[in-house]
Design a protein around this ligand. Sequence first.
Ligand SMILES: *Cc1c(COP(=O)(O)O)cnc(C)c1O
Length: 382
Amino acid sequence: MNIHMVDTITPYKHIQQEVDEAVLEVVRSGQYINGPVVRRFADDLQRYLDVPHVIPCANGTDALQIALMALDLQPGDEVITPSFTYIATVEAIALLHLKPVFVEVDPHTFNMDPSQLEAAISPRTKVIVPVHLFGQTADMAPIMDIARKNGLYVIEDTAQAIGESYRFPNGHSMMAGTIGDIGCTSFYPSKNLGAFGDGGAIFTRNAALAEKLLMICNHGSTQKYYHESIGVNSRLDAIQAAVLGVKLKHLDAYNDARRAAAARYDQLLADVEEVQLPVKADFSRHVFHQYTLKVKSGRQERDALQAFLREKNIPSMVYYPVACHLQRAYLKFGYKQGDLSLSEALTEQVISLPMHTELSLEQQAYITQQLKQGLIAKTRIL
Ligand SMILES: *Cc1c(COP(=O)(O)O)cnc(C)c1O
């Protein structure tokens, strides 16, 4: 059985003719940067997300950096974010000479724990960056309440959760990335909406912020060769926009397929006591960018299980093996082992199984059967 961690080829094959035509249209048009195809994709995404402003850019990391640049922050200003995330979230903060202040995550959903936020706020705090990790939104209602009460901006890192929505306690739902002041996403090929290369986008409801974000993406310029601020060069290629425009129409179906695969895993693994299955919060639909288990007994068993699966030709990944606050490059912010014990424990327990739109029941039955074997084999050795 040939099992992949992600499958970017088969979804393309299903829509090959439409994608090929859209790409060729760009090739023949000669408009490779900006132009009507990029505009059309931004408009389509705007409608899909029900948000008034979508600014395409070069990748998700840029999106985060540009979002922070738009807020007129001063060096040393503090940005609260989880440590259990992909490094890009924290990198954008550090690059701008801002200070990341890490909060713990909920050990079940792996997302920012809102009850920890208030204690992390200081007079220098300016921004909260929740990350919708593995395809599930952070608990945005309390995060937004705390932000508003303390006059803080909220930037959502929704690179892993495009198409996900959050349900507020009053029943009203909003798309992930459109709840805070700014939302940032990535179209890296393996994300739920993946391009054939790099891509990203920034969302906002605030017209003034939208203008600023657009200007920063374009060398700080609104009028060619006149520069009002120091910006960057961050654009979405027209060819990528063409691909994304076709795939966007299928995003809900892709996310449904991921949810169906997750439900099959849940069922197949329901009787396995050694692992905690993904916990779906009731405010979330979950778009399962990853299907991530927690091996309760910790690193030794988790690593042994991964090695066992590898032997059976079953890929798996550890997202993430080191929490950001303990990454060597970030030690200068003064955190040490033990400061975020829940996040640190997760790095020793998590393992993500193959997750994509094309997983078959047969493959998942094999994966879960071997996973159970792996856990038994390990117990026998111990
Ligand atoms: C992928 C990812 C990013 C960065 O996106 P790129 O397009 O690769 O720059 C940022 N944050 C999170 C949580 C991600 O998963």
